[in-house]
Design a binder for this molecule. Structure first.
Ligand SMILES: Nc1nc2c(ncn2[C@@H]2O[C@H](COP(=O)(O)OP(=O)(O)OP(=O)(O)O)[C@@H](O)[C@H]2O)c(=O)[nH]1
Ligand SMILES: [Zn+2]
Length: 198
């Protein structure tokens, strides 16, 4: 499920994207034959394939592969899941943390599968709002829990390195389904992730 090994790279993708990065190096005034960067188009193409591998993956399958019958019916919270994505507007990174909770409805899911779902949707071109909803809907429709909550806090390089150049602003997005629509459950979740307003 990863592109860590060279054999797993898609050569057609690497060949095409390599050529584009070669053009970029040339256009920014670099010498693409210079020793230090002669392999950069290929490295960058591999990095781009790694960062967009989420298109090739089925997040529902990931969850379905580790669902276990269990009658635990209190909140399960996984907080501070680090995430790295690329914004679809500038293809620059945005990064931060996701906090995800669900209330089981007969099934629990292997804990590691939740961060894996975050990775699948993060490794596509995204906006933070859609990333939040993609994760929320995937867990909701696959696990069919009594409730699910997703909060993402992220910083966008397109706002930090360029454009409006605000280094300290962070964006928070959230989505709630089922029992998290009730303020008591939602507030407990927000308190547990340190986001309650009290
Ligand atoms: N809502 C949302 N906007 C995003 C996200 N990532 C980047 N953007 C914004 O996408 C917008 C694109 O606006 P445009 O005016 O088309 O692009 P631009 O001229 O590069 O805009 P500036 O960044 O303001 O210079 C910008 O306001 C970005 O801040 C995201 O995840 N969610
Ligand atoms: Zn952007």
């Amino acid at each position: 499920m990863s592109f860590k090994l060279f054999e797993e790279y898609n050569q057609e993708f690497i060949t095409d994207v390599k050529e584009s990065y070669h053009t970029i190096l040339d256009r920014v005034g670099e010498d693409p034959k210079r020793e230090g960067i002669v392999k950069t188009p290929e490295r960058a193409a591999k990095a781009m394939q790694f960062l967009t591998q989420g298109y090739e993956m089925d997040p529902k399958q990931i969850l379905e592969g580790a669902m276990f019958k269990e009658d635990y019916s209190d909140m399960v919270l996984i907080k501070d899941i680090e995430l790295y994505s690329l914004c679809e507007h500038h293809m620059l990174p945005f990064f931060g943390k996701a906090h995800i909770a669900y209330i089981p409805n007969g099934h629990i899911v292997g804990l590691s599968k939740i961060p894996r779902v975050v990775d699948v949707f993060s490794r596509r071109l995204q906006v933070q709002e859609r990333l939040t909803h993609d994760i929320l809907e995937c867990i909701n429709s696959t696990l069919q829990p009594k409730g699910v909550a997703v909060v993402i806090e992220a910083r966008h390089m397109c706002m930090m390195m360029r454009g409006v150049q605000k280094q300290n602003s962070a964006t928070t997005t959230s989505g709630f389904r089922g029992e998290f629509k009730h303020s008591e459950t939602r507030n407990e979740f927000l308190r547990l992730i340190g986001k309650d307003l009290a």
